[in-house]
Design a protein around this ligand. Structure first.
Ligand code: ADP
Ligand code: MG
Length: 449
């Protein structure tokens, strides 16, 4: 089979495996830029497209090609001529790999886009950003390890890799090691099976900077991996090497993590990333668009930011889709065009969004009070706080205006709602306990969707 046939045949198989709309959006625009015995280079319209492909379809593409050709290809994407007026940069993951091959140990490629320059700082992530930047600019005993935690798609991997990029730029001789916790485990198991534990240990222990992504993966088992990492950690720590770790949870909340590892994680500085607010989301969307030399109309940016997702990867997905549609159809990006392009997503989203009533019930049951009290005018402290929290959550979860929320809370004035929302927002920022309460209720609400 000729090499181009391999791609054609793979596409046919992929087409049968994913919804046709996804196929049209994410596979039709791809062109094969080059293919040889070992690698397949795909040309895609823009950066967002590239990232979406990589995050969602890489395993599918690799598996399919392997099935068709009976061999492994490495996949390289490049941003193509199709969008040349928009994307001037060419990303070739393999280039990043070869530049740094001797200084970077990694189970995956460092994404050339994940730099501090491309990271938008908002109040939700400023502490994490500042801490990562500080460590990248100067390794620090005080901040060792630096432990960054936060929800999915909020920028942990981006920041972690930004530290890597900055250190590589700054010191010519440093060796850095970026591993996902899963990659670390796989390599550890492989080394054990091949009887190459010494090589494994030496490799990790000769780095100056250890970046480990997503350690929550180890919680709940993976005992020997945790043990091995514990020793790696100690060896590096004692040698004053910098360690940065990310996780989706605070160390204490990582059930199944060994106690001694947990206490190591708590030795340095722990910082969190909170879900982005409207302003941060808008700023990120503008930045992403600008990187593709696209100016988004304000109404479009606000519309996207208001779609309710706090997962930035998801926002990028919307943007990718819009840009893809625009560059394929030649249509200008306008609000009606965007609404049309995202029709299905919006439908899903509204189906998923909650009613104020549901929010009130969830909050009432969490605090063990009556829903009627939440809507009443009673001023008891044990009712006022839950009421304000319910207003805050209603604002976040329901597509309702301040007056609408006021009406749903026993005809309260919209200024009362604004006051409550601001008050709870400040509370959540300052007070860990309150933040935890809100997070627990959000958890309940997310499950009930
Ligand atoms: P996590 O590792 O927390 O799940 P990622 O670091 O993978 O999240 O981020 C998801 C996507 O959102 C990435 O493409 C990243 O570049 C982008 N992103 C997240 N936060 C920001 C930010 N503050 N500025 C710019 N891009 C961001
Ligand atoms: Mg990540």
């Amino acid at each position: 089979m000729s090499t181009t046939d391999i791609w054609k045949k793979s596409l046919e198989i992929i087409k049968g495996q994913i919804p046709s709309q996804h196929f049209t959006t994410w596979f039709k625009p791809i062109q094969v830029a080059a293919i040889n015995e070992t690698s397949l280079e795909l040309e895609v319209p823009n950066r967002f497209f590239l990232e979406w492909q990589r995050d969602h379809y890489l395993p599918l593409i690799q598996e399919t090609i392997k099935k068709v050709s009976l061999r492994e290809y490495s996949i390289v994407w490049r941003i193509g001529k199709m969008a040349v007026q928009r994307a001037s940069a060419t990303i070739s993951p393999s280039a990043a790999q070869t530049v740094a091959v001797e200084r970077v140990l990694t189970n995956t490629t460092l994404n050339p886009y994940y730099t501090f320059e491309n990271f938008v700082v908002g109040k939700d992530n400023q502490l994490a950003h500042a801490a990562c930047l500080a460590v990248a600019n100067q390794f620090s005993n005080k901040y060792n390890p630096l432990f960054v935690y936060g929800g999915v798609g909020l920028g942990k991997t981006h920041l972690l890799q930004a530290v890597g990029h900055r250190v590589l730029q700054r010191i010519n001789s440093t060796k850095i090691c970026y591993y996902t916790s899963e990659g670390f485990m796989n390599e550890f198991i492989g080394a054990m099976q091949r009887g190459k534990m010494d090589d494994f240990r030496n490799k990790f222990r000769r780095t100056d900077l250890l970046l480990i992504d997503d350690v929550q993966f180890w919680a709940g088992g993976k005992g020997r991996t945790q043990e091995e990492f514990f020793h790696t950690f100690n060896a590096l720590y004692e040698a004053n090497k910098q360690i940065v770790i990310t996780s989706d949870k605070y160390p204490k909340d990582l059930d199944g993590l060994e106690e001694r590892l947990r206490s190591r994680f708590e030795m340095g500085l722990i910082v969190d990333i909170q879900p982005p607010d409207m302003e941060t989301k808008v700023a990120i969307l503008q930045k992403k668009a600008a990187l593709d030399s696209i100016v988004l109309p304000d109404d479009v940016t606000h519309f996207l930011a208001s779609l309710g997702s706090s997962n930035i990867r998801e926002l990028e997905g919307y943007l990718a889709k819009i840009i893809a549609v625009s560059s394929l159809s030649g249509k200008e990006i306008t609000l009606p065009m965007v609404k049309e392009a995202l029709k299905n997503i919006i439908k899903d989203h509204t189906a998923k969004s909650l009613t104020v009533d549901k929010v009130q019930k969830a909050v009432a049951s969490f605090f063990n009070i009556n829903t009627a009290d939440i809507k009443s005018k009673r001023r008891l402290q044990n009712i006022v706080v839950p009421r304000q929290m319910a207003m805050y959550l209603a604002r976040e979860y329901c597509k309702a205006s301040f007056p609408e929320i006021g009406a749903a809370f026993g005809n309260k004035d919209h200024s009362t709602v604004i006051h409550a929302v601001n008050k709870v927002r400040r509370l959540v920022e300052k007070d860990t306990e309150q933040r935890k309460i809100i997070a627990s209720i959000k958890n309940l609400l997310d499950k009930s969707r």
